[in-house]
Write a protein that binds this ligand. Structure first.
Ligand code: ADP
Length: 321
């Protein structure tokens, strides 16, 4: 179990992490989701021992890691840029990490081959790294991180550089692999899909603080703050309830409110965007604010059309003001 308590890290005057509390269980996958600059990389670097906390504690199975050098922390690290050695072949890249851990040459080669097979690269041992596709290089980096059998695997935007189709495919594969290995995983990303697909729990990070942490379903259905709601694509509005509230674009409908108990607001279509399998329109209200509405089964009304937006009160979540 990794336990982080009140972790604070600063760069000079700037506080990059501000009182982080977080645990990762032995076979748990925790994803930290946050925008660029929220402190995701700093968190991984601090756990790896590459940044010194100004306050707080990082413990593994109860033992304080302060002063423990990176290579004794039993971590697998996979960072965004892979940092593979271009002049070594595939197996050379994986063996290198094992040799750093003091594994003998022959055992390192055997373990490297096994790990390459695990990530779907059997037969790639002698291939030059620079000849591989981005997705294959990503697998080499993963094999290199996994080969020393770390008890905690940390990944920083592991799929960030890959194109969308490949990312979706690899997310499924990664999830299956993590479950098979029964590893503790801490993954940081700015990509919602990645975090929600992989995480047993997701922590939303903003300006060095955890805004909310919970299961994907909890977060997805009950954002606790305006930041989380907006970050997850909800409307945050005062137009639908007495105070600040959040409602998902797919919970809103267009139509006439005649005879319905549901609240109706009137506005004008300001924008329409096609998104793969639905339309998203922006409806501008009289007070100058706007609501995003997702339309699945109908074509959107033209820009400029006056529409009524209908919402079921059960779909509106009150937010702290
Ligand atoms: P993320 O990984 O979420 O993009 P980072 O952890 O890289 O965020 O950065 C968090 C904050 O700390 C940012 O405001 C960033 O500009 C700042 N920061 C990161 N590294 C350094 C550094 N070496 N020196 C000064 N500021 C830094």
């Amino acid at each position: 179990m990794l336990t982080i308590e009140d972790l604070t890290v600063g760069y000079g005057e700037h506080t990059a992490l501000d009182g982080i509390d977080l645990t990762v269980g032995d076979d748990e996958i925790v994803c930290v989701l946050g925008p660029s600059g929220s402190g995701k990389s700093t968190l991984l670097r601090a756990i790896a021992g590459l940044e010194s906390p100004t306050a707080g504690q990082i413990r593994r199975d109860g033992a304080d890691l302060a002063g423990v050098p990176t290579h004794h922390r039993r971590l697998g690290l996979m960072f965004q840029d892979h940092a593979l050695f271009p002049h070594r072949d595939v197996i050379g890249n994986v063996v290198f990490g094992l040799r750093m851990h003091g594994v003998s040459r022959s055992e390192a080669r055997a373990r490297a081959s096994t790990t390459l097979a695990l990530v779907g690269l059997a037969g790639y041992e002698q291939r030059a790294v620079h000849e591989l596709s981005g997705g294959e290089q990503q697998r080499v980096a993963l094999a290199r991180a996994l080969a020393p059998a770390p008890s905690l695997l940390m990944l920083d935007e592991p799929l960030g550089a890959l194109d969308r189709a490949l990312r979706e495919h690899l997310v499924d594969e990664l999830g299956a692999l993590f479950r098979t290995l029964g590893l503790a995983v801490l993954l940081v990303t700015h990509d919602h899909d990645e975090a929600f697909a992989l995480g047993d729990r997701v922590a939303i990070l903003q300006d060095g603080r955890i805004e909310q942490i919970g299961s994907p379903v909890e977060l997805w259905t009950r954002p606790a703050t305006a930041f989380v709601a907006e970050f997850l694509g909800w409307n945050v509005t005062r137009a639908l309830a007495p105070g600040l509230a959040a409602v998902r674009p797919d919970a809103l409908r267009l139509g006439t409110g005649n005879g319905r108990p549901a609240p109706v607001v009137v506005g004008q279509v300001a924008r329409q965007t096609f998104r793969r399998d639905h339309w998203r329109i922006q409806v501008e209200l009289a007070d100058g604010t706007a609501l995003d509405v997702e339309l699945r089964d109908t074509r959107p009304p033209d820009v400029g059309t006056t529409v009524e937006v209908i919402v079921d009160p059960a779909d509106v979540i009150a937010l702290p003001d």
